[in-house]
Design a protein around this ligand. Structure first.
Ligand SMILES: [Zn+2]
Length: 325
């Protein structure tokens, strides 16, 4: 198989950040602009024939508040730390998307679904944390079934998952597979990324290293031999890199960041490996022009590598199907 380029986007709006954003409203603009970002992503990916996988929080399929109430799983996550629970927030959301684009996402989903090349996967129904204390596998399964149900109303068959906060609970993978999920995004295989799986606050040193690693090669290219990914069960398509958003303060580092990505893409193309890039649409919600400028450089590199090495853009499910034993 030729080298493969996968892009997964955690489409979550406020449901992915409500427990971590500053209370002074500083991050709200990023969320408000998500629909705009998605429109631009669809445009740019069409221009370069790139397929995107939108790993979507199931809440975003609800068109109004009645649907939120009707689509309540029969078991809810019983987190010991209550601030992780999004359900109490639902009573305060507005009645429909036209009045509240922070909590709804149906209009963007329709746009994505209308372009056949992309995939809509799941990021769980409620942005579910699989390693948090208090929640159980039964609660997870109820959540996953609801995520599948709301997607099926739009004729979408959910076959891939990205776990919120990269909390991967190995015991839950079988239950995903039993529910028709054939691919998930694992984390980069290095100690500074593995800490995601331990469900402890990342050590400062790991956070700092992850930051530096975005610009300078500390942990390697994180490209993956496709043969090693083959599986008869759920396929792990590990992340290669989080595409860090543009920062005005660090704009002098921008070329290094993009170069770190394109260099690894070249390696993947030449060696028939996987390169899996990911981020959240809300990361592009501010400094949109600069973020898209960087992305277009990445897409141009893909275009060249497609010509020279038949480097192929795939959705998560397409690739998993090819990797199934
Ligand atoms: Zn998320």
């Amino acid at each position: 198989m030729n080298g493969q380029f996968v892009i997964s986007l955690d489409f979550e709006k406020i449901w992915g950040v409500f427990d971590v954003i500053p209370s002074n409203g500083d991050y709200i603009e990023n969320i408000e602009c998500v629909d705009l970002v998605i429109g631009k992503l669809l445009e740019l990916s069409s221009k370069y024939n790139i397929k995107l996988t939108f790993s979507t929080v199931g809440f975003l399929f609800n068109k109004n508040k009645e649907e939120f109430s009707a689509n309540t799983p029969h078991e809810l996550p019983n987190y010991s730390i209550k601030k992780f629970d999004p359900y109490p927030l639902i009573k305060d959301i507005k009645d429909s998307e036209d009045l509240d684009n922070l909590h709804y996402g149906y209009q963007s989903l329709i746009k994505i679904a209308s372009q056949d090349q992309h995939e809509i996967g799941t990021h769980t129904y409620c942005h579910y944390y699989c390693l948090e204390e208090g929640q159980t596998i039964e609660q997870f399964e109820a959540d996953l079934k609801m995520a599948k149900k709301v997607a099926s109303n739009l004729n979408i068959k959910t076959q891939s998952i990205v776990f919120p906060r990269n909390q991967i609970n190995n015991d839950y993978l079988k239950s995903c597979f039993d529910n028709g999920i054939i691919a998930y995004r694992g984390f980069e295989d290095h100690a500074i990324y593995r800490s995601y799986s331990e469900n402890k606050p990342s050590k400062l040193s790991h956070r700092a290293m992850r930051f530096i690693d975005s610009f300078v090669n500390i942990t390697g290219e994180h490209t993956y031999n496709l043969k090693d990914l083959r599986s008869s069960s759920i396929v792990n398509l590990p992340a290669s890199r989080f595409l860090r958003p543009y920062s005005k303060k660090l704009k002098f580092l921008e070329p290094l960041k993009i170069n770190r990505v394109t260099k690894a893409m070249k390696k993947a193309a030449k060696n028939n490996e996987l390169y899996h890039l990911w981020w959240h649409p809300h990361n592009f919600g501010t400094h949109m022009e600069e973020n898209f400028e960087g992305l277009e450089k990445i897409f141009k590199t893909f275009e060249q590598l497609h010509k020279s090495h038949n480097f192929t853009s795939s959705t998560m499910t397409e690739l998993a199907n090819r990797l199934k034993k």
